[in-house]
Design a binder for this molecule. Structure first.
Ligand code: OAD
Length: 236
C-alpha cells in the first residue's frame, strides 16, 4: 500500500530550539539587521560586501548548531509517510536530521551561486565558509550567497505548489506566514485535507474550515503532539 503523502512547510521557528534566531520575533534577526540592506536585490547591488558578511556570520552560527527533536521526529515520520519538506529556512538542519526530500524555497546557506548564472550553484567547502564579492566559483564566475533575496522570484515555488496540492496531510510549522509566495501555500491544499499548524504564537490564518488544527506549542512539543495525533488517526 502506498504511504500517505505528508507535506510540511517549515519556517524559522522549527530551528529556534536549535539556537538559530527567527526573523520577526522579539530580538529576531530583522530587528538587528536592516532587512532591505542585507537581504534584498537592491541592497546587494548597493553594498555586496555587507551582504556577504551577513551571510558569513549566519554560516558561522549554523555550523555550531544541531538539529533538534522536531527536525528528527519529522525525519522519522518517513517510516510511515511519504514526507516532503518544503522549507523557507536556509539552514541545513532538515538534511542533517535525516529528511530525504527537501525543497528550499529561499535558498541554502551552505551553497553559493554565480552572480551571472542563477543555475550555477556550488556547495561551500566546510573549510572555506567565508565569501566576498571577489569569490569565484570553479567555473570562474563571481559568486554570491545562494539566497533568494527580497525582490527576487522564488524558483522552487511551482514545485512546492504541486507538492502541496498532492498532500494527504499538510503541516505548517514555525512560520509567521508573513512572506509571500510561501505563505500562500495553504491555499493550494485540496478541500478536506487535514491541516496542522504548529507555532507557539500562531498567525491568523485565513482558511477557517474544520480541517485546520492549531497546535499552539513550540516545535519539539508540537511535533510530539502531531506524531501522537497521526498515530491515533491511523493515516500511516
Ligand atoms: P519569522 O521570524 O517571520 O516567524 C517565526 C515563527 O516561528 C513565528 O510565528 C514564531 O511564533 C515561531 N516560533 C518561534 N519560536 C518557535 C519555536 N520554538 N517553535 C516553533 N515556532 C516558533 O520566520 P519565517 O516565517 O520563517 O526569508 O520567515 C519567513 C522568511 O522571512 C524567511 O525565510 C526569511 C525571512 O525574511 C529570507 O531570508 C529570504
Amino acid at each position: 500500500m502506498e504511504k500517505p503523502k505528508l507535506v510540511i512547510s517549515s519556517g524559522a521557528g522549527i530551528s529556534a530550539e536549535s539556537g538559530i534566531s527567527t526573523f520577526r520575533d522579539a530580538g529576531g534577526l530583522w530587528e538587528n539587521f536592516p532587512v532591505m540592506e542585507v537581504c534584498s536585490a537592491d541592497g546587494f547591488a548597493r553594498n555586496p560586501r555587507l551582504v556577504h558578511e551577513f551571510y558569513n556570520a549566519r554560516r558561522k552560527d549554523l555550523i555550531s548548531k544541531q538539529p533538534n527533536e522536531a527536525h528528527k521526529i519529522l525525519a522519522e515520520l518517513e517510516k510511515d509517510y511519504d514526507v516532503y519538506v518544503i522549507t523557507q529556512n536556509v539552514d541545513d538542519l532538515h538534511e542533517r536530521a535525516g529528511s530525504s526530500k527537501i525543497v528550499h524555497l529561499h535558498g541554502e546557506l551552505m551553497k553559493m551561486r554565480s552572480v551571472t548564472n542563477p543555475e550555477y550553484v556550488e556547495p561551500l567547502d566546510i573549510l572555506h565558509l567565508e565569501t566576498t564579492p571577489e569569490t569565484r566559483g570553479k567555473n570562474g564566475d563571481f559568486m554570491r550567497p545562494h539566497i533568494v533575496f527580497f525582490q527576487e522570484a522564488v524558483p522552487n515555488m511551482a514545485i512546492a505548489q504541486d507538492l502541496v496540492h498532492e498532500a494527504d496531510i499538510f503541516v505548517v510549522i514555525g512560520t509567521s506566514l508573513n512572506v509571500y509566495p510561501a505563505a500562500g501555500l495553504l491555499h493550494d491544499v485540496r478541500p478536506g485535507i487535514p491541516i496542522y499548524y504548529i507555532d507557539p504564537n500562531p498567525a491568523n490564518i485565513t482558511i477557517t474550515s474544520p480541517q485546520v488544527h492549531i497546535i499552539k506549542a513550540k516545535a519539539t512539543e508540537g511535533m510530539r503532539i502531531l506524531r501522537d495525533i497521526l498515530k491515533k488517526t491511523d493515516n500511516g
